[in-house]
Design a protein around this ligand. Structure first.
Ligand code: SF4
Length: 217
């Protein structure tokens, strides 16, 4: 598998925020988001045998492993890695933008789907996100957003597919180079709290990227 880097940190995003974790960042992504904060991973790192990655993760005292990217679903051997980590007794979280649906992921893995909004300049992967929601039980839905246009698209998606949506939904303010992140977070919180429709219909959490504030990976 192509691996960009491994490191130990705390989970900075989503419903498992704050959890100490061993991170495995894969070294490929062809999605091409305009404001990707890990563009260094798109075509990076080296090919490492799956057995070696599992050994290195299971030698760490940290029981949670986050497989992130890049886009991990572009790695053919991903199921091998995930199964190996589960067999080694790890709690496994897989992060994906949801652009590429796969039906060969083990059930024991928590899948964090984070489809990118219009601000990121890529098309919203509605069909493949729906396939994930229909196919897997342990799914967290985490929407990054920056603008009113982003929120409009996300709300349409949520309303249209209400029965499939896992609760609570996470909203994560997007960190863009054009605005201070604290200001973005305040603005996005205000935007969400002024939306009575959303407040009354969806159980959601607003969780900024904590690692950005801490200045860690
Ligand atoms: S899917 Fe993730 S890694 Fe790939 S370009 Fe978008 S934000 Fe970056």
């Amino acid at each position: 598998m192509r691996i960009c880097e491994t490191f130990v940190s705390i989970q900075g995003e989503g419903l498992t925020v704050g959890t100490p974790a061993f991170f495995i960042r894969t070294g490929r992504c062809s999605v091409g988001c305009r404001f990707c904060d890990t563009a260094y991973s798109w075509n990076s790192g080296e090919e490492i045998l799956v057995g070696e990655i599992i050994l290195s993760a299971s030698s760490s005292p940290v029981p949670t492993v986050v497989v992130t990217g890049g886009e991990p679903l572009e790695e053919e051997d991903l199921p091998l890695l995930l199964n190996g980590l589960l067999d080694a007794g790890r709690r496994v979280i897989l992060e994906t933008c949801g652009h590429f649906f796969r039906d060969d992921l083990p059930e024991g893995v928590r899948i964090v789907l984070s489809p990118k909004p219009p601000t990121m300049g890529v098309s919203f992967p509605e069909e493949s996100v729906l396939s994930f929601l229909k196919s897997y039980r342990q799914v967290e839905l985490k929407f990054t957003l920056f603008s009113e246009e982003d929120l409009r698209l996300i709300k349409n998606f949520l309303k249209k597919n209400s029965v499939l949506i896992p609760r609570p939904v996470v909203f994560q303010p997007l960190h863009l180079p054009t605005e201070n992140y604290s200001d973005t977070c305040r603005r996005v919180v205000e935007m969400l709290l002024s939306d009575g429709d959303l407040l009354s219909q969806f159980d959601f959490r607003v969780i900024p990227q904590v690692h950005k504030f801490l200045g860690i990976k």
